[in-house]
Design a protein around this ligand. Structure first.
Ligand SMILES: NC(=O)c1ccc[n+]([C@@H]2O[C@H](COP(=O)([O-])OP(=O)(O)OC[C@H]3O[C@@H](n4cnc5c(N)ncnc54)[C@H](OP(=O)(O)O)[C@@H]3O)[C@@H](O)[C@H]2O)c1
Length: 378
């Protein structure tokens, strides 16, 4: 029996994780659930999975009152406590942004297996997280479907035999269409394939999600940008491919359903005997792959972040996070997101060697600067 703590249990990844656990309740026990404020969803999860520990950002004694047997945790310290519980085996990290960064670091130090959905954590602190995990002998298992596919395709492959890896991208809601002048949040949130949280869905529409995924792949698999490529693949059936030096390509295919990579990481190194959905090749017909332009802004930003490291990826990530929020609030236009992010990066005083404290400093600075450029007081 593996004890699981889910950081972000009420979100898309969190709810998918609980579906996998529900299907295999003989092997998994939910020890802890953490979310921000959606207590309506959390209430049902507590009733069904009976966790011993629950985290919400702010205290709510009336909610606590309903569950006298549960230990409730709050605030930043509470998140670290729930991520490092002695009985916990696996921590699923699925809180967008870098809210859970310190908790993930503490969990690695306590030798918990990390199933990482939150790509932002590797984008800003991959150079801290991955060496630490290696020193502690801890597995960081990628939940992101493309990286999960690469992780599987790379098993048994020697580094010298890797020619390059391909991340696939559905292209988001605007691929192949003439983009409207005034893109509304509803337009950007209408993802053609995946049902995801708002932040990652907008990132998919700007293609900056793929930018972050290139950086994520660099950290997870220690690959330079030249060996990371992206293909637009609208059917989203092939999630990642590894090209070997002899021209052979290993690809991982499945229907686009996050329960599949989540089930993989929860069962790792074994495999679940349950198939969520088979690919129906009769229905698919053709699979399409289109190259991307490596001189597009989103690709260049990823490339620069990997080359420069330090404060660059932190400011990149945090400026984007704020810009997306401002777009969803109607304060920034869709087409302004990338120029705004680039302006904030350009305005910052670059630092190559950064500590964890610096990560938080640059994160706050970038968010404030983004708001200032837009003239927004929050
Ligand atoms: N969705 C996908 O298919 C997918 C695929 C690959 C990677 N990812 C990555 O996985 C992460 C989660 O994505 P998602 O789509 O599941 O997001 P989501 O649906 O927006 O869910 C976010 C979760 O995090 C919680 N949360 C937010 N702020 C918090 C805070 N300050 N303290 C504690 N909990 C907080 C939310 O709680 P409330 O519900 O209470 O607000 C919710 O449970 C993102 O980093 C995303 O890039 C997602």
């Amino acid at each position: 029996m593996k004890n699981i703590v889910i950081l972000g249990s009420t979100g898309t990844i969190g709810q998918n994780t609980l579906e996998v656990v529900r299907r295999d309740s003989g092997n998994f026990c939910i020890l802890g659930l953490a979310c921000h404020f959606r207590r309506d969803i959390l209430f049902g999860q507590i009733k069904e999975f009976h966790p011993k520990y629950v985290y919400t950002e702010k205290e709510d004694s009336s909610f606590e009152h309903d569950f006298p047997d549960i230990t409730f945790l709050y605030g930043d310290d509470g998140l670290e406590v729930i991520a490092t519980l002695k009985e916990a085996d696996i921590i699923i990290c699925a809180i967008p942004g870098i809210k859970a960064l310190k908790s993930v670091i503490s969990a690695i130090k306590k030798k918990k297996t990390i199933c990482l959905a939150t790509k932002e954590i590797l984008v800003v602190a991959g150079d801290i997280i991955m060496p630490l995990a290696e020193r502690e002998g801890v597995k960081v298992l990628p939940v992101d479907s493309e990286h999960n596919a690469l992780f599987q395709a790379l098993e048994g492959v020697e580094r010298k035999d890797i020619a390059k890896v391909y991340l696939t991208a559905s292209g988001g809601p605007f691929y192949g269409t003439k983009m409207k002048k005034d893109v509304s949040p509803e337009d950007a949130l209408a993802h053609p394939v995946w049902k995801m949280g708002k932040k990652i869905t907008v990132d998919s529409a700007t293609m900056l999600n793929k930018s972050f995924e290139v950086i994520e792949a660099h950290h997870l698999f220690s690959l330079p940008t030249e060996k990371i490529d992206v293909l637009i693949h609208p059917e989203a059936v092939v999630h990642g491919m590894v090209e070997l030096v002899d021209g052979t390509i290993k690809g991982i295919l499945s229907v686009p359903d996050m329960k599949i990579p989540i089930s993989f990481v929860l069962h790792y190194p074994c495999r679940s005997d349950h198939c969520w959905q088979h690919i129906d090749f009769d229905k698919i017909g053709k699979l399409h792959f289109y190259p991307v332009e490596r001189d597009a802004d989103w690709f260049l930003l990823a490339q620069q972040a990997i080359e420069k490291k330090g404060s660059f990826p932190v400011v990149f990530n945090s400026a984007n996070e704020e810009a997306v929020e401002l777009f969803l609030e109607g304060k920034v236009k869709f087409q302004e997101i990338i120029p705004l992010v680039k302006a904030v990066i350009g305005a910052h005083t670059y630092k190559r060697d950064i500590s964890l404290e610096d990560v938080f400093y640059f994160n706050n600075w970038a968010k404030e600067q983004t708001k200032e450029f837009v003239g927004v007081k929050k």
